[in-house]
Design a protein around this ligand. Sequence first.
Ligand code: SF4
Length: 308
Amino acid sequence: MSDSGPARSGHLEAKPIEAIQQALVEWYETDHREYPWRETDDPYEIVVSEIMSQQTQLDRVVDAWEDFLEEWPTAESLAAAPRSDVVAFWSAHSLGYNNRAKYLHEAATQITDDYDGEFPETPEELQELMGVGPYTANAVASFAFNNGDAVVDTNVKRVLYRAFDVPDDEAVFEATANELIAEGRSRVWNNAIMELGGVACEKTPKCDTAGCPWREWCAAYETGDFTAPDVPTQPSFEGSRRQFRGRVIRTLGTYDALTFDELGPRIRVDYGGETGREWLEGLVSDLVADELLETETQNGRTVVRLRE
Ligand code: SF4
């Protein structure tokens, strides 16, 4: 995959965009990690979650977010609190730079004093709030008002780079992400594509085990090249499953039939342990289910061969 050269466009050309969108939204709606801020469209609660999660693992943000909203349930109550209390809360919950607590307090004051307690609804206006940059403004517009553009974070870039061969170029990522976004559905779409990067298209991708809905269109899944801007070298094991499938087929093309113990070392030098018999049986059983291989018992031993 290219990561240099001039910005290209048309990475989605000839792709069935609607099917791609629908597959991802359905996958997300069937199952996703439950975070409490995904259950709300209150902009204040979402701003708090976005600012907290800028430097802290999502799982750790949950408790802090709930405690914070119990203490200061609205922008008005936060604005009325002494800033030192907010900073003390931030430190006590290990939420990173205290400046973020100060900005959040200041933003609550702006909402209360300048906006009559009503949050603005567009990414442009939201950026007027203290501490709210373009990324956060867009996330809040999407999650609170279903009114944002595509969110482009590291996870989203990794997904686009792998799935659609988008080069490592900020402008092309943005353009492609905005071409792909389900029109008028930024809330569910941005949650879904970030979830894909968070639980399936991770640095070590889990294409098959996470049931990635984009396997049939994904360039990386096709070629076995799972590198990405934040994954410069080929990730091992799970990411290379496709390659190992290919190796099994090629190996069995030159032998009539092999036992698992004969096949394993021929397809990977580090056969054994985590990538040993059990792993190979899983790979073979997928290929049997795909009607590419068959197994049979010969002299009391299971052998694997290409399906006739
Ligand atoms: S098939 Fe794999 S590499 Fe492609 S988008 Fe899905 S998880 Fe990422």
